[in-house]
Design a protein around this ligand. Structure first.
Ligand code: PLP
Length: 434
């Protein structure tokens, strides 16, 4: 009787869901049934059919301090009762000012101004437009963007244009502006890539160079040399090209430091932030820039204004959530958690590194990725995902492999026991015949 009462609404919900709702990155037929989540706490998700799932990928890399975090929830409630939203042209408010101050206090010293938007893709759009208009305002004809091979910067048009031309963006190729892509120094020697970059720079038309610093997320948590990136930025600098660090995935402690760029000597001109910025509670994007970049907009000429904005720019509730998340991030407890996860990942990597099914294993801070050798095709749509995703779910663990790459990016509050459960699920897979 009891279970009947519980299950019926779930079936109703699911049939309405499949009739009415279009989910991201999900085929409309032939995909696994969506799971109805009724609550979440810490690293755990609770489903309507009574299961607990460990969120080992922080819900698409957004969650830092655990689900339904009380400190963030209270900040949201308090802000919602005081000022839920006001347009951000001609008006301002304390949560946004406080957040700008917080971000600039931890970003490299060259950063001077914060522009808010709604998500990672818009943070990237803003960065690209800001960089292109920087040159336009100065009457310089620079209109090429350089990006890295395998890049992912989001799903809006500008963000797609500077991303890898893969199967996902193929329907839109004719509409994407041209971008010069540079190889990562993984299969190609560093000097060769630097030489190609310098050739491009010599043509004098490059406006900006955009990159995911040190770890490319969607490419499969792919790590590349920080020393090489430093040399690339330094080279770009010598041609006055603006460098845009897309830290949407890497920021807020993921790589073991607050920003991946903290591993660099050279500091980028523009930063894109989102995902973890609110601790994973609400959507928010931020693009920060140097005083030199904003100087190009200090003009009496009205047409040199940056004419860009979103209805919900700097939403006070999202900013309040971000400020609360920032307090948690800067706490000793959080820094210890990041160190604890880093050590735990290092030990797990050692344990599985030489397994025959493990082709390679990458560990950096609170990011761990494992390339599986039994599936050759590395594309997102390959077979591995369709077998592994349900396998891990059946073990109570949410891991959503990118092609043949299994990765863990947990909320920092994940317990040691929960981590062991995640490792066990991965080891069960390695020992299975899947
Ligand atoms: C996820 C991601 C984006 C896009 O962010 P959305 O909020 O999904 O639009 C951009 N850049 C990087 C590096 C990302 O990982």
């Amino acid at each position: 009787m009891g279970s009947n009462l519980k299950e019926k609404p779930v079936i109703d919900l699911l049939s309405k869901d499949s009739e009415l709702v279009w989910h991201p990155f999900t085929p409309l037929i032939g995909s696994e049934e969506n799971l109805v989540v009724t609550g979440a706490k810490g690293a755990k998700l609770y489903t309507a059919d009574g299961h607990e799932i460990i969120d080992a990928i922080a819900s698409w890399w957004v969650n830092l301090h655990g689900h339904a975090n009380p400190h963030i929830a209270q900040a949201i409630a308090k802000q919602a009762l005081n000022l839920e939203h006001v347009m951000f042209a001609g008006f301002t408010h304390e949560p946004a000012i406080q957040l700008a101050e917080n971000l600039l206090s931890v970003l490299p010293e060259n950063q001077g101004k914060v522009f808010f938007s709604d998500n990672g893709s818009t943070a990237v759009e803003v960065a690209l437009k800001m960089a292109l208009q920087y040159w336009h305002n100065q009457g310089e004809d620079r209109n090429t963007i350089v990006a890295l091979d395998g890049a992912y910067h989001g799903d809006t048009f500008g963000a797609m244009a500077v991303g890898e031309r893969g199967a996902f963006t193929e329907p839109f190729w004719p509409y994407l502006f041209e971008v010069d892509f540079i190889d990562l120094p993984l299969s190609v020697p560093e000097e060769q890539v630097l030489a190609k970059f310098e050739d491009l720079l010599n043509q004098g038309r490059v406006a900006a160079f955009i990159f995911e610093p040190i770890v490319q997320g969607a490419a499969g948590m792919r790590k590349y040399s920080a020393i090489w990136l430093d040399r690339m930025i330094s080279l770009a600098r010598s041609y006055k090209v603006l460098c845009i660090a897309d830290e949407v995935m890497t920021a807020f402690g993921r790589t073991g430091r607050l920003f991946a760029c903290d591993y660099l000597q050279e500091k980028p001109d523009i930063f894109c932030l989102s995902k973890g910025i609110t601790g994973g509670a609400l959507p928010l994007g931020a693009t920060t820039c140097t005083n030199e970049v904003q100087q190009a907009y200090h003009h009496q000429d009205i047409y040199k204004t940056f004419f860009h904005g979103h209805s919900y720019t700097a939403n006070p509730i999202a900013c309040a959530a971000a400020n609360a998340s920032f307090e948690l991030l800067m706490s000793e407890k959080c820094q210890q958690d990041i160190a604890r996860i880093t050590n735990s990942f290092a030990a797990f990597k050692q344990r599985i590194d030489s397994h025959e099914k493990v082709k390679s294993c990458m560990h950096m801070g609170a990011i761990l990725s494992i390339e599986i050798s039994s599936y050759e095709d590395t594309s997102y749509v390959n077979e591995a995902r369709h077998k592994l995703y349900p396998f891990f779910l059946s073990k109570g663990v949410l891991l959503r492999p990118l092609g043949n790459i299994i990765y863990i990016i947990p909320p920092y509050v994940i317990s040691d026991e929960e981590l062991q459960q995640v490792y066990q699920a991965i080891e069960d897979f390695l020992e299975s015949t899947l």
